[in-house]
Design a binder for this molecule. Structure first.
Ligand code: 26V
Length: 825
């Protein structure tokens, strides 16, 4: 049979073994038998890093020689997950490593489990950045990820008494074996003070920032290993350190206070990832984080370019910056500043370079997430950068006036600075040469609703790049059984060319293949059931339908709709204990932003429903509800592989794309979802007969919204089943002794105060349609062959959703990078 795992031509198994033992000795003064599991992980990781470093050096040398155009992917978040298993796979060293560890009496799975996730991100946006890095290296493009080396990443979630408790994620406690500290590339970043104008001997005005505080940015490099091509790119994350005291003339003058402040600034700036997803809070420290890593990254990109070239005016021929949402948008002004103040370009020259360098990706239309900084804060923290943005704004307004003479309305809606605020999206659009959305529907909504005015003024900038995911992590690593099965049927081309997986289609109707597929799914469900028993103490039946919703907790994602439906099913079963009911396990996983009350209460509700339902002998185990604690990249890999049903039930128009939906599809789960984000394109690929689509369309939602919403009381009054479920939110059914516990959730759906908006996410409006779709799920699952057929077709039709395709589109339409091929060794 064909093999998924190739034999490595370059990996030296014996060297690797010796390296592991040597590392244990020199790092810990121990023998293998004496070492702790964490120490074994460290020793193995360092041995893998050895193998990576050779390729890393060779790649960077080749980039020096070939001088390809390079993308800097600027992002506040990189949600990398674990590196060890992924690096072994991408080195194509899996077979050799497993053999070597076997000979040493070690188990790779156990070792991999010792590694903490690198959780430098919240959710979709950060994980997308990680998938993009994998694809860039695999396709052979010169790329840097630029971000922040947070001391604490996304918080660890513990569930105590059904409530979320946030625990600090001290991911660096045992050291990070893959990182490389590069103090020789440190940069100074300046905050505060004021701008002075000096006239130099040539009569030129020089703008200089004075009276500032500074921080030293120290880069740490992480290797990004391409799959089987010898390419190793770099994720550069910046740490902050206080500038040495002797460099501080203010200290020499006895300004002790300032020295202390600078040390505090350095300590605070990279301390922790903001665990907010989709909610802008306007925190000063957040703006400091943004400028800190952007200034350092832009300085580095410019100085690296100037090491090889002499004309900064042609910077854009070799460099492009992709802004991952508006968070890095200050890059626009920082690049202008460096070009004008340090390379003495004129405004027009600097503007030409900047607008040919920067491109912007929008990831949400949720208005709460839009970044708008108060002028006072912005100009105090970044006085020179603010001056530059004022001038960009002045000129942009002139352009608006030129196109729409006398139209004040356009200026009000489009200005970069307005109403005492700096609007980062407007800056990114005005200064970027490309503006893209992340799924077809999302881009259409941007063009015709959210960013309509900008689209009408600059249509040529707008384009769509439907998101994708890396099949190397989410199939090859996450689901080895299915990966081997796919390879046995259609060869292993899919690993670097996912559309080839569509050769599976011909096996969809083949009974033997169907059985094999369902058997693999069953084994993966057993693996997840074991994880759930170990981590939650709940026993689940792997023969039940695994119905899964894992993603950040947000009202628009409607986990509340899902759990209300579980309450409804439970009522039905209680009323008719003998009704036909296919056993179902409802699995949730979600972190809530720490200050998001409704989100946190939804977690409590899920756990409260679980307590009641899981322990009610009257329903005979037909419904189980499981909330998986601390959902993150590493356990996601186990969860996707085991899912039958993929819950993608956001209010239509609200989910920009979704990427979990693609990971489920790739692992053969059927989508139960709304026509939102990339669900639209998933259904287009696999056919609507192989998915369960329900609910309002985005046009219908937007229509209601433009006409003041809808009235949920009508549904409440006329639908007794829904009314019963809602009453159970406030009568103590799930909160014995504290019936008001879920009152706010009830109120969010049905505010009886006529002034307040109710059910803004159309949960009651979509409830019946959702329940119908869920009925169809059950009926479909009873037909095992039909289900297997649909599941196989989902895998077979997932080819479009590889991030390799997404990255190739960015390269072709936006970045125009040169492909790099390493010469044979
Ligand atoms: C926004 C904010 C607002 C300010 C406070 C901190 C913070 C942190 C992260 C964000 C990002 C929100 C946008 C986001 O994550 N969008 C998601 O992007 C995915 C990748 O494109 C996409 O699949 C999801 O649908 C979209 O919600």
């Amino acid at each position: 049979a064909k093999k998924t795992v190739p034999v490595s031509v370059t990996f030296d198994k014996d060297l690797f073994k010796r390296s592991v033992l040597y590392n244990i000795k020199t790092l810990y003064r121990k023998t293998l038998e004496e070492a702790t599991p964490q120490q074994v992980f460290q020793a193995v990781a360092y041995a893998i890093k050895d193998a990576v470093v050779d390729n890393w050096m060779r790649t960077q040398e080749e980039y020096e020689k070939q001088d390809p155009k390079t993308v800097y992917y600027l992002s506040m978040e990189f949600l990398m997950g674990r590196a060890l298993g992924n690096n072994i796979i991408n080195l194509q060293a899996q077979k050799e490593v497993k053999e070597a560890l076997d000979e040493l009496g070690l188990d790779l799975n156990v070792i991999e489990d010792q590694e903490p996730d690198a959780a430098l991100g919240n959710g979709g946006l950060g994980r997308l950045a990680a998938c993009f890095l994998d694809s860039l290296a695999t396709l052979g493009y010169a790329a840097y990820g630029c971000g922040i080396r947070y001391r604490y990443g996304m918080f660890k979630q513990e569930i105590r008494d059904g409530y979320q408790v946030e625990v600090p994620d001290n991911w660096l406690v045992d050291g990070n074996p893959f990182e490389l500290r590069r103090p020789e590339y440190a940069k100074i970043v300046k905050f505060g003070g004021y701008v002075n104008v000096h006239i130099d001997e040539n009569g030129r005005s020089n703008f200089v920032q004075e009276g500032y505080q500074s921080v030293k940015a120290i880069p740490y490099d992480l290797p990004i290993v391409g799959y089987g091509n010898g390419i190793v790119n770099t994720l550069r994350i910046w740490d902050a350190e206080a500038v040495e005291c002797f460099q501080l003339d203010s200290f020499d003058k006895g300004d002790y206070q300032k020295a202390v402040e600078q040390e505090n600034l350095a300590r605070n700036i990279v301390e922790v990832l903001y665990p907010n997803d989709n909610h802008y809070a306007g925190k000063e420290l957040r703006l400091k984080q943004q400028y800190f890593f952007i200034s350092a990254s832009v300085q580095e990109a410019v100085s690296k370019y100037m090491r090889k070239h002499d004309d900064i005016r042609k910077f854009y021929e070799k460099v492009t910056f992709q802004l991952n949402d508006t968070h890095p948008t200050v890059a626009v002004a920082e690049l202008m500043r460096i070009l004008m103040d340090e390379y003495y370009l004129t405004w027009d020259e600097a503007w030409e370079v900047t607008t040919k360098t920067c491109a912007y990706t929008n990831h949400t239309i949720m208005s709460e997430a839009l970044e708008k900084w108060p002028i006072e804060l912005f100009s105090r923290l970044l006085p020179r950068v603010y001056q530059i943005i004022e001038e960009i704004n002045r000129r942009f307004i002139l352009k608006i006036q030129e196109m729409y003479p006398g139209n004040q309305e356009k200026i009000r809606k489009m200005a970069i600075i307005y109403d005492g605020q700096v609007k980062m999206a407007h800056l990114a659009i005005a200064a970027g040469y490309s503006v893209n959305g992340v799924a077809r529907l999302h881009t259409e909504i941007l063009k015709h609703q959210e960013l309509k005015d900008f689209y009408e003024m600059m249509p040529e900038k707008f384009n769509n790049k439907t998101n994708g995911i890396t099949q190397r992590r989410f199939l090859l690593h996450a689901n080895p059984l299915l990966a081997d099965w796919v390879t046995a049927h259609v060869g292993n081309d899919w690993i670097t060319d996912l559309p080839k997986i569509n050769k599976l289609k011909v096996f969809a109707d083949d009974e033997k293949s169907q059985q094999e597929f369902m058997n693999i799914k069953y084994q993966n469900k057993v693996r997840l059931a074991k994880y759930i028993l170990e981590h939650n103490g709940i026993e689940v039946d792997p023969r039940s339908i695994f119905d899964v919703q894992v993603k950040r907790l947000h009202e628009y994602k409607r986990q509340l709709l899902n759990i209300l439906h579980v309450m409804y099913l439970y009522n039905q079963l209680k009323d008719n204990p003998d009704m036909d009911f296919y056993p179902r396990t409802f699995i949730f996983g979600a972190k809530a932003a720490a200050g998001y009350y409704n989100a946190k209460m939804t977690i409590k509700l899920i756990n409260s429903v679980a307590d009641v339902v899981n322990n009610d002998p009257a329903i005979n185990g037909k419904i189980k509800v499981v909330f998986i604690e601390n959902y993150r990249v590493s356990n996601a890999e186990i969860i996707f592989a085991a899912a039958d049903v993929s819950e993608q039930i956001s209010t239509a128009s609200k989910e920009a794309s979704g990427t979990g939906n693609m990971k489920f599809m790739l692992n053969g789960a059927l989508t139960l979802g709304t026509m939102d984000g990339a669900n639209v394109e998933i259904v287009e690929e696999v056919g609507k007969e192989n998915a369960f689509i329900f609910g309002l369309s985005s046009d219908e939602v937007i229509n209601y919204e433009n006409n003041g919403g809808y009235d949920p009381t009508e549904i409440f009054n006329n639908d007794p089943d829904i009314r019963r479920v809602l009453m159970q939110l406030i009568n103590g059914t799930y909160a014995p002794g504290d019936p008001d516990r879920f009152r706010t959730l009830y109120n969010s759906l049905l505010n009886t105060l006529s002034t307040a908006k109710a059910d803004t996410y159309f949960i009651l409006k979509d409830f019946r349609s959702y329940a119908e779709a869920q009925k169809k799920v059950e009926a479909a699952y009873r037909d095992e062959k039909g289900w297997a057929r649909s599941a196989i077709l989902n895998v077979a039709c997932s080819g479009k959703f590889t991030s390799d395709r997404t990255i190739q589109e960015y390269v072709d339409d936006i970045w125009h990078l040169d492909k790099v091929v390493l010469p044979k060794k």
